[in-house]
Write a protein that binds this ligand. Sequence first.
Ligand code: GSH
Length: 277
Amino acid sequence: MEQVSTNRSHGGTQGVYTHQSATTGTPMTFSVFVPDHEPGQRLPVLWYLSGLTCTHANVTEKGEYRAACARAGVIFIAPDTSPRGDDVPDDAAYDFGKGAGFYVDATQEPWSAQFRMRSYIEQELPALVAQHFPVDMDRQGITGHSMGGHGALTIGLRNPDRFRSVSAFSPIVSPLNCPWGNKALTGYLGPDKAAWREYDACALIEDGARLPALLVDQGEADNFLHEQLKTGLLVMACRKAGIPATIRMHPGYDHSYYFISSFMADHVAWHAERLKA
Ligand SMILES: N[C@@H](CCC(=O)N[C@@H](CS)C(=O)NCC(=O)O)C(=O)O
């Protein structure tokens, strides 16, 4: 692992790191904010998965999480959204290929060799982080935005023993039921929709996955709400399954980081509460 940069901020250290990933076969870059802490102390971790077109940098620069994380003593980790590099296949559109890994392990050519973001986020990156940072891996939470909200929900639902807390900002709640999801999952996983269910939060809940609690924030002025995100499907799925979900709709807020940063401190505090010793 190589350090790209570190900056003092809000009584902690914001770092950016890169490493050669065995999972994607490419270099991968991620950011980690570590609040100041006692020598030997291990801190809880909040993973943040980003949306379409993003790298680690979008939330790192615009997410406004550092003050809240420093206050709560929570480490914040922001991975990239896909493999990168000249030899990585891509698509001309912004919603498939680079910047759009959808947190799946692709099974279809030409994506399957490198587009393995599920394994990268679930296996390789946690192991690397555990080696290099003062993290308490028994206290992990996960959140994300849009495609990354989908990632946080599906990874959280599939790994209830690993993540004590799951939340999301404007998540894609059902790739089976939206154009972004249909395009990406057809491309990465093929046309058999049975194979998509483990990558669909609503389908996972329908199939029996459960969370002890859930926090979701969604802007009502979000251009993607009605066609792509479909928050109502998650409300219904949680209600039917008896999952105690707090799903807040915010008039006037859109899909951007102006929205995310407005509610970021709430999410950090919500996770910190659940990740206390
Ligand atoms: N077509 C739009 C959609 C992409 C988009 O809205 N991406 C969201 C996540 S789904 C985002 O976080 N964009 C980067 C940013 O706002 O910094 C674009 O390319 O601007």
